[in-house]
Design a protein around this ligand. Structure first.
Ligand SMILES: [Zn+2]
Length: 65
């Protein structure tokens, strides 16, 4: 497993916080995970695309949907 550290901006309170995305080096595909904001505790839905263990794109949206 490799750790990809990414900064995201909370969908709710716009605070920036860091995520440690554990991605297998041989993994390619799309991952959806819910992370609670460290500041306001609201659920952020994180959708990211991985190719060869590298995180290429990352989107944040409302995890309550
Ligand atoms: Zn927040």
């Amino acid at each position: 497993m490799e750790n990809n550290e990414k900064s995201i901006t909370c969908h709710f309170c716009f605070s920036e916080f860091e995520l440690d995305l554990a991605v297998s080096p041989d993994f390619s595909g799309q991952v959806t995970e819910i992370y609670d904001c460290v500041v306001c505790c609201n659920p952020n839905k994180i959708v990211y695309e991985v190719f060869g263990g590298d995180v290429l794109t990352l989107q944040v949206s409302d995890g309550n949907e």
